[in-house]
Write a protein that binds this ligand. Structure first.
Ligand SMILES: Nc1ncnc2c1ncn2[C@@H]1O[C@H](COP(=O)(O)OP(=O)(O)OP(=O)(O)O)[C@@H](O)[C@H]1O
Ligand SMILES: [Mg+2]
Length: 445
């Protein structure tokens, strides 16, 4: 079934065209003006435009250009009242797939439509493949640590199958990127990868987002709308923050996972889709199941293949590599010549805990690149929070010439400052008993 747009056709020609096409099961739209036609092409996917070519000469050709700029895979047939060879040639040169003259010969017209639609299919398929390839080269997973290589192995292993995958790990660790990699390495590459954040929507909104709704399903549902499951048909659906999904929605999701079927909100027709589901969570689903907020049956269904992503602090050897990767990325983006970072910076980066994981590291490197004055990132170009982990320990400093008594007094004073007056801790730090500590304290007063 194709969508065909009829633009500025003479009344008689339009009737003939409709007559010819209506049995083909196509969706037909008529646009009385060029302006209206452009609006329609902007709003929906049109496969073929059949355009009336009126005098004055030339105006149809400029219009072709505008249409093709909106959608370069669109097929166009021009229909003219005059058999002007020059016009016909320039129409084809401008991207039309045919130029026909009225009165239309039905067979010739039908053949032209079939050819144009086939052409559209070919162009669209090529665009799809090109995008698929871009997608494939876009996903770059950086990391050489043993723990990360295990993740990469798991991705390679599960990608070609149609198994449901659960990706678990702290915020900012790369769960979405892993989902993209799985999709890109699967036979579903080039088909849609549709993402839904289950934590971001209220329950009723999430339901119509996932399953779509029929016209009139609820107040404000003026049109029928396809849900994400339908959009992801033949492709992959990424359900982010699955742990936030409400129990009633969990029941509905489980049913789709088991049968591949669902109904739109307000509808009763079962819709069948072929969708691979990848879910992600930064919560511990085991705990949620124990607490009763996550259904055990759904957990089992999702848990067929789980990829646990270790936090960045547990794979310290990936930090310099990732830092260098982001550094080059942002240097290029900001047209700056930056070659690396100092050893001090590397030490700070590898000793920090990275609660925000790779996303935090990426932000830190972006900031550093913006602040950088020379070819190497300096300590001062890191956020103060990171540098704090490197402040020197508090010192007890005494000039040579001080007596033991003075040294003791200073040691006690500084240690008490450090423990904020806590005498038990101070005694422990100094390695003496509490009674001794009190005795010495008395001396210092
Ligand atoms: N191995 C990696 N190599 C390169 N970039 C990475 C890697 N892992 C993550 N990133 C980058 O780090 C950022 C955070 O990753 P992502 O959004 O996938 O994390 P997340 O686990 O989904 O986080 P959240 O739980 O907060 O949604 C992204 O910009 C991503 O491109
Ligand atoms: Mg995410």
């Amino acid at each position: 079934m194709s969508t065909i747009l009829l633009v500025s056709l003479e009344e008689e020609t339009r009737k003939e065209v409709v007559n010819c096409l209506q049995k083909g099961g196509h969706i037909l739209f008529a646009a009385p003006s060029h302006k209206k036609a452009i609006e329609i092409v902007k709003q929906r996917e049109v496969d073929l435009a059949i355009v009336g070519h009126r005098l004055p000469k030339g105006n149809g050709l400029e219009f072709l250009d505008i249409l093709l700029k909106q959608d370069n895979s669109l097929s166009i047939i021009l229909i003219s009242g005059e058999a002007d060879l020059k016009d016909a040639i320039s129409a084809i040169k401008n991207g039309a797939s045919d130029f026909l003259v009225t009165p239309l010969k039905h067979l010739e017209f039908k053949k032209a439509v079939a050819r144009a639609l086939e052409n559209k299919r070919l162009v669209a398929e090529n665009i799809r493949l090109k995008r698929a390839l871009e997608n494939y080269t876009k996903v770059k997973l950086i990391g050489t640590s043993h723990l990360f290589q295990k993740v990469v192995d798991q991705i390679r292993q599960v990608a070609p199958t149609r198994s449901t995958v659960l990706i678990a790990g702290e915020s900012g660790i790369g769960k979405e990127l892993v989902a993209e990699a799985i999709h890109s390495l699967s036979p579903r590459i080039g088909k849609p990868l549709v993402k839904v954040n289950c934590g971001a929507l209220a329950e009723s909104l999430l339901e119509s987002e996932l399953f779509g709704h029929e016209k009139g399903a609820f107040t404000g549902a003026f049109f029928q709308r396809k849900g994400r499951f339908e959009m992801a048909h033949l492709g992959t659906l990424f359900l982010d923050e699955i742990g936030e999904m409400s129990p009633p929605m969990q029941v509905k999701l489980l049913r789709v996972l088991e049968t591949g079927e669902f109904e739109r909100v307000g509808g009763d027709k079962a819709i069948k889709v072929d969708v691979r589901v990848i879910a992600a969570t930064n919560r511990n689903l085991d705990e949620l199941v124990n607490a009763g907020s996550f259904r055990q049956d759904l957990y089992y269904r999702l848990n067929v293949f789980t990829i646990e992503m270790p936090p960045l602090r547990e794979r310290v050897e990936d930090i310099p590599l990732l830092a260098q990767y982001f550094l080059q990325h942002f240097a290029k983006e900001n047209s700056k010549d930056i070659r690396g970072f100092t050893l001090e910076v590397e030490k700070v980066l590898t000793s920090y805990q990275w609660p925000g994981n790779i996303r935090e590291l990426k932000n830190v490197m972006e900031r550093a690149v913006i602040l950088a004055k020379g070819p190497y990132i300096q300590l001062t170009e890191l956020p103060p929070k990171l540098r704090l982990t490197q402040t020197p320990p508090d010192l007890i400093l005494m000039p040579i010439g001080s007596s033991i008594e003075e040294i003791e007094r200073e040691a006690i004073r500084k240690t008490l400052l450090y423990t904020k007056g806590d005498k038990v801790s101070a005694a422990r730090i100094l390695g003496i008993g509490l009674a001794t500590f009190y005795r010495k304290l008395k001396h210092t007063e």
